[in-house]
Structure formats: C-alpha cells, structure tokens
Design a protein around this ligand. Structure first.
Ligand SMILES: NC(=O)c1ccc[n+]([C@@H]2O[C@H](COP(=O)([O-])OP(=O)(O)OC[C@H]3O[C@@H](n4cnc5c(N)ncnc54)[C@H](OP(=O)(O)O)[C@@H]3O)[C@@H](O)[C@H]2O)c1
Length: 196
C-alpha cells in the first residue's frame, strides 16, 4: 500500500516508520517542500520519499497530520479530493468552537468528496514508538461513512501490528474519538483474548 502524509511531524514520522517496516511505501509532504524532508525520509527507510503535498495526496491512503489550524490551508493544496481516502489524524483544541460540528466534519468540509476516516488521533505517539515485532497490539479507533475505505485502512493497521476498532460513522464515532471524547487518549493494548 502507498501512504501519503500531509504533515511530516511527530505523528507522520511515527506511523511512517510502522508502515515502512511492514513493506509499505510512504510519501511525506509539508509546507516547506521536499528538499526540507529528504534527510528525514532517508532516516525512515528506503520506502520513504520526500514529496509535495500534492504528491502525498495521490497515494492510496492520505493521512492528514498537521496541527488543527494548519488543516484548511494544507488541504486546499489539493484541487480534487473526490474519492480519495483521507485519514484525519488531527485533534481539535478544546477551546475551538466548531458550532456544534464534530472535528472531522470540519475537516471533511475542507476536502469535498474525500472518503474521510477519523483515525490515528487517539494515542500519544510516544506510546506507540516500539517498532519491533514484539510491540503490544495497541487499539486504534476508526470512524467513517465509507465501509470500503475503512476496511482498507483497518486491514493495513492490523497487518502493521495494531488492533483497529471500527466505531461506525464519522459523526458519531468521531465524537467519541476527538479531544474531550471518552476514547481520546485512552491507551488500550491487546494482551490476551478469549477464543470463541
Ligand atoms: N503528537 C501526538 O502525540 C499526537 C497524537 C495524535 C494526534 N495528534 C494530532 O496530529 C496532528 C499532528 O501532530 P504532530 O504532533 O505530528 O504535529 P507537528 O509535529 O507539529 O507536525 C506538524 C507537521 O505539519 C506540517 N505542516 C504545517 N503546515 C502545513 C501545511 N500547510 N501543509 C502541509 N504540511 C504542513 C509541519 O511542517 P512545516 O511547518 O515544515 O510545513 C509539520 O511537519 C495534530 O493535529 C495533533 O493534534 C498528535
């Protein structure tokens, strides 16, 4: 699978390392252009490339990893979001008034036509920086209205050693996942499971 990261900070680097270690390809983009990311991409591995935001947005799964206030501008770089899978990994600050809308509805409004999934936002990344194959299976929640897009993301998260848990639609699930919601910053690792 090919992943494009819009934003190349802590969150993007953490998930890029997990994906690359499992044979996937990643393209990282930021506001300063590919030259500023060449060294970083090299440090992640041969399957990681520095690119533009537009190049990142062409990959199979696009992950938005910018700060909340940077999201609108970052997404506006891409003129056509139609049908693309966009994972919203951002967290909206608690004091941000979004007039009754969930954080991911706001993000979805900046990327019309995208198949938006809220995911990868609930864990502090320092908690999931064990890249060995002995890492615990951490739970990653996902919410979205497009079943096929969620299935693709869930499959790859599972292969990468995480435990994806689908919460349903973007609005109801997103409300549970976003800052202030009951599942935000909830660290669950699968240690054992009863066989059925
Ligand atoms: N840190 C965590 O543990 C954690 C966990 C889950 C979710 N989150 C959420 O994930 C998001 C990213 O967090 P982070 O800690 O990774 O932030 P970060 O380290 O500050 O990284 C933000 C990245 O976005 C890039 N950026 C800024 N403006 C941009 C634009 N217009 N277009 C493209 N790229 C742009 C920045 O690079 P340039 O300035 O060089 O462009 C930087 O690479 C936030 O919304 C945060 O709330 C954080």
């Amino acid at each position: 699978m090919k992943f494009g990261f819009i934003g190349a900070g802590e969150v993007a680097q953490t998930f890029a390392k997990h994906f690359v270690r499992h044979g996937h390809e990643v393209v990282l983009g930021n506001s300063r252009g590919p030259d500023s990311l060449v060294e970083l991409a090299r440090s992640i591995g041969p399957n990681a490339k520095a690119g533009t935001v537009k190049e990142a947005a062409k990959q199979d799964i696009v992950i938005l990893c910018v700060r909340w206030h940077q999201a609108k501008q970052a997404l506006a770089e891409v003129s056509d979001w139609n049908g693309r899978i966009l994972v919203d990994a951002t967290n909206r600050p608690l004091d941000e008034d979004t007039k009754g809308k969930t954080a991911s509805e706001v993000i979805a409004s900046y990327a019309p036509g995208a198949r938006v999934i809220k995911a990868l936002n609930t864990l502090v990344v320092e908690w999931i920086q064990d890249y060995s194959n002995k890492k615990p299976k951490s739970v990653l929640f996902l919410s979205g209205d497009d079943t096929d897009a969620k299935r693709k993301l869930a499959r790859v998260l599972e292969e990468t050693g995480f435990m994806p848990v689908d919460l349903g639609g973007l609005i109801d699930g997103g409300r549970l996942q976003q800052f202030g919601g009951p599942l935000n910053a909830l660290h669950l690792d699968l240690l054992d499971r009863m066989e059925f």
